[in-house]
Structures are given as C-alpha cells and as structure tokens.
Design a protein around this ligand. Structure first.
Ligand code: NAP
Length: 491
C-alpha cells in the first residue's frame, strides 16, 4: 500500500497508442497499482486506441500478459487483476483515417460529466492530427485534458508547431506535457527539502555553494530504439527536458504557493536565466560522446555505431557546464552529464558547498573536504549529507568525511510508487504543477538549440568512450580545468 489514498473523480482515459511500449510497460502497470490501492473509482475506464484489429477481450489478454511481465507476481492479486482488466476497452482507429472515430465517440455516450483524458502515447507527429480530430468530433468537454508525451518536437520550430496545433484546439490549462522525471518521488522531495525546511534555504546560493553537479547515468544502450535514437541523441532525449527540469528545481526561487502557475513561473525564470552559449562556448563547455563496444557489469555489449549499422555522429553522452545568470547563482557552475552504457544506473544531484575559509587543525588532521549534499533520485532514493568528523580513537585529531544518510525506503515503509502513478492521477485531478507549460518547453529548446547547431556545424568529432566507463576523458577535463572533479556516485 502507498501511504495515503485520496480517491479521484470518475474518469475515461483514452490512450492513443494503447498497444505501444509506453502504454504496456508504464501506463497500464501504473494504473494497475492505483487500482490495487483502491484509488480508482468504480467505473473508471481505459479506452485504448490503435490500428490493430483487437476487440476488448483480445486487448485485455494483451494487457494481462504485459502486467505479468512488468509487475512482480507478489504485487498482483487475482481479484484486482480481473477488476482492472474489466475497465479496459479497445477501439481500432488509424488517427490519419476516418474509420473508427464514430465508434470512439459512442463510448462516451452519457459520460460527459466525467473527467475525459486523451493521452497521446504516440509519435509526436500525430499530436496535431489527434487534437484536431477530437475537436472536430466534438469530444472535448470542460473536463477534458490532453496529455502529450515527450518529445515535444526536435527543436524550437517543431515544438512551436506542435504547441500551435494542439493550442488551436485546447486551451493551455487543458494541456498536460509530461516529463516523467517530475513525477519521481525524490524529485518532488527536492522541493520539500528546500521549501519545507528552514535549514538549507539560507545557504542555497553563491555565497555558500561552490557548484552543482547533476548526473543521470544509464547502463542500458539504445537496444531496439537505435534508429529513433540516431535521429535524437542525448541532448534532445535527456538534457533539454529531464536535466533542465532538475536544474530548474535546484535553482528556482521559492514559489509563493505550490500551485501550477506559481511553480512554473519560477521554473521559467531559471530557464530564461540560463546563459545562452555561443558556438565557441559550446565547444569549450560541452562534451559529446558516443559509446564504443565494451562491457557493462561484466557483460560484453556492442558499440552504438554497430547497433545503428553504420558510423554516426549522434551523441549517447553529454557533459556540460551551464550557468544560471542571476543574483542567487552568479559564478556557480552547474555541471550536467548524462550517458548510456555507464558503469551504474544512477541519477544524482550533488550540491557542493564551499571549502571552510581557514583550518584550525594541523597537517596531521588530513584534508578537510567541503560539505556535500547528495540527492539520490535513483536507485536507493535518499539524501546524503557529507560532513567532516573526527576519526574515532585516541591520539591526535584526525578528520575524515562521513556521510549522514537518509534512505527514504528505510524512513517510509511504503511501496515506492512509479512516476506515472502520480502523474496520471494528477491529470485526472487537473493539477498541472508537475507538467510543463508551453513557455517552459520553448525556453528549454531556445537554450538547447545553439548547442545542437554548434555541434552540427563543428569539425570537432564526437568523442568515443568505452561502454562501461563514465564517458570520454574530455568530461573529466571539463571539471579539472576549473579545479573540480565529478563526485563518485553514491551507489
Ligand atoms: P510504440 O511502441 O511504437 O507505440 C506506438 C503506438 O502508437 C502503438 O500503440 C501504435 O499502435 C500507435 N500508433 C502508431 N501510429 C498510429 C496511427 N496512425 N493511428 C493510431 N495509432 C497509432 O512507441 P512507444 O515506445 O510506446 O512510444 C510512444 C511515444 O511515447 C513516442 O513518442 C515516444 O518517444 C514516447 N515515449 C516513450 C517512452 C517509452 O518508455 N516507451 C518513454 C517516454 C516517451 P499500432 O501500431 O498498433 O497502430
């Protein structure tokens, strides 16, 4: 059981792309867990849409197989599974065609008083077509919400085009752009840590913080997504959205309230304060890498180019030095790195405090390391504060860094919910706090675009790294140049 169950209004959730990987691996298991916890109203329904000729029963069989794959047997209960499967329906419909829309429309008969969610778990080039058609079919009620999966475009122009298209049908308050990182418990805990405690906020600025590091490392490669990934790369796939959202939560000013616009206004100010890099800055402050064949956790894996089938300049690793140009953060670098085929799967934010101004301890005491606050987003979610302490024992005063650990799993004996569980129900509630507003997405692209352009135009090659390493040597050099080093992830 999760800690506290607050029921939501009755809803119909229409998943365009209901047979896809995202729906079967993430969305439906997330809804199953909410159902198991008793949070779904009795007649809440999920209507999957795809081009496959499936009736309700064959779609339910497909989902039953997916639940068996993605939820452990110890977490499933037969009664819940039967109740959950009975909520599912399938409508065969090609978004680009005319057939099927009337059948979809019929499923809403007499249900206009319920929350209606259109979740677009399809490629973004279908977003505009779906939005336009649900508008033309008069399927939009005051309680309708439209959910857009990432990526919202591949650059500023394509993001604007998508936003214009969906915005011509839905008002902004009915549009929910998902960045599932924002639904992670620990990411929200960052806001709790900062704004529900008086301890850290007075020191959360350039006078006491030396720099910030954000690492999002994956052990996986691109697997079956090589063709898609080769058109995207790590900057578009991870930095422009997830990592920038984390920068926003670390750097934002305290919002006046935890409501959607107050929080998003503050995040937008951070995005707009990010120093836009000129081509020469990009080459100096950015590193792009690509994995070669190697071994991750002792298992041999091919290189990215082999997975794509030909040499390619697409980056599977990015390290950057970003700067937030405002009063609070002037002179405090934000070092960001993300990569595939890294040695560990880990997402961490490291707040590195400044060194003490003077040491009263002699040389025998050892090096006094600056304090460090580490927010572990995954795995083993928690917070670690690194303090200097006395090495126990008689004799001289020897000092050593000692971690003060708070593991959320130990502190809260509850099942740790997946981000989509929270986000899906926030959509039903109409709470957009953890979703990106149009201006945020476009500000993030405005910052990312010069990097993409500089790399595309540069003669400097992508740097190779062995799968199973922490990226190319240039990543370490980026920090070493400033007299700093990447923190060892606290795995
Ligand atoms: P996928 O496995 O290829 O699924 C695509 C879904 O869209 C299928 O259900 C497909 O159904 C449906 N579809 C495609 N064309 C259609 C059409 N013309 N009319 C109606 N339905 C159509 O892709 P995915 O991995 O689930 O990803 C979906 C979107 O979410 C992508 O934009 C992806 O970038 C994004 N995303 C995915 C993940 C993830 O973990 N998978 C995470 C974050 C974001 P039929 O082919 O059966 O018609």
């Amino acid at each position: 059981m999760s800690a506290q169950i607050i029921p939501v209004q009755p809803f119909d959730l229409v998943v365009f792309g209901g047979t896809g990987d995202l729906a079967l691996r993430k969305l439906l298991p997330a809804l199953y867990h909410r159902d198991a916890d008793g949070q779904l109203p009795e007649d809440a329904r999920v209507i999957a849409v795809s081009r496959q000729a499936l009736d309700d029963d064959s779609y339910r069989a497909k989902v039953a197989a997916a639940l068996a794959t993605y939820i452990s047997a110890s977490e499933t209960v037969e009664n819940t599974t039967n109740r959950f499967l009975a909520r599912l329906h399938h409508v065969t419909l090609d978004v680009k065609g005319d057939a099927g829309w009337q059948e979809l429309k019929k499923t809403f008969a007499g249900r206009d008083d319920r929350v209606r969610v259109f979740y677009l778990a399809t490629a973004p080039d279908l977003f505009g077509a779906v939005a336009k058609r649900v508008g033309e079919e008069n399927l939009i009620t005051p309680l309708t919400r439209l959910v857009l999966e990432k990526p919202i475009g591949k650059d500023l122009a394509s993001a604007r085009a998508i936003n214009d298209l969906v915005g011509s049908v839905f008002p902004e308050r009915q549009i929910f752009r998902i960045d599932h990182y924002l639904g992670k418990e620990t990411v929200q805990n960052l806001m709790a840590l900062r704004f529900a405690n008086s301890l850290f906020e007075p020191m959360w600025n350039h006078s006491l913080i030396d720099h910030v590091q954000i690492t999002v490392a994956e052990t996986v490669g691109v697997e079956s997504r090589a063709a898609y990934y080769n058109t995207s790369g790590a900057l578009r796939d991870m930095v422009q959205n997830h990592l920038l959202q984390l920068v926003c939560l670390v750097a934002m000013e305290p919002p006046s309230a935890m409501d959607a616009d107050a929080v998003r206004d503050e995040k937008l100010k951070v995005l707009k304060s990010l120093k836009v890099m000129k081509p020469a800055d990009v080459l100096r402050n950015g590193v792009r890498g690509q994995y070669k064949a190697g071994a991750v956790n002792g298992v041999a894996v091919p290189g990215f180019a082999e997975e794509v089938g030909s040499p390619t300049a697409t980056e599977t690793f990015v390290a950057l030095k970003a700067e937030v140009e405002n009063w609070r953060w002037a002179g405090v670098p934000f070092y960001l790195r993300t990569g595939k085929r890294m040695p560990h799967r880990v997402s961490e934010i490291v707040i590195q405090f400044r060194a003490i101004p003077h040491s009263a301890f002699g040389p025998d005491a050892g090096t006094i390391e600056p304090n460090r606050l580490v927010l572990r987003l995954q795995p083993d979610e928690g917070v670690q504060l690194q303090l200097m302490s006395k090495d126990p024992g008689p004799g001289g005063m020897r000092l050593k860094p000692t971690p003060l650990n708070l593991s959320f799993a130990d502190a809260f004996k509850v099942r740790w919910p997946e981000a989509y569980e929270r986000l899906l129900l926030d959509v039903v509630r109409g709470n957009a706090t953890l979703f990106m507003r149009r201006d945020e997405v476009e500000a993030a692209w405005s910052w990312a675009e010069p990097l993409l352009a500089a790399w595309e135009q540069s003669a400097e090659p992508v740097r190779f790294y062995n799968a199973g390493s922490w990226g190319p040597a240039e990543s370490a050099i980026l920090l070493a140049r400033d007299g700093r080093a990447w923190a060892d992830p606290t795995t």
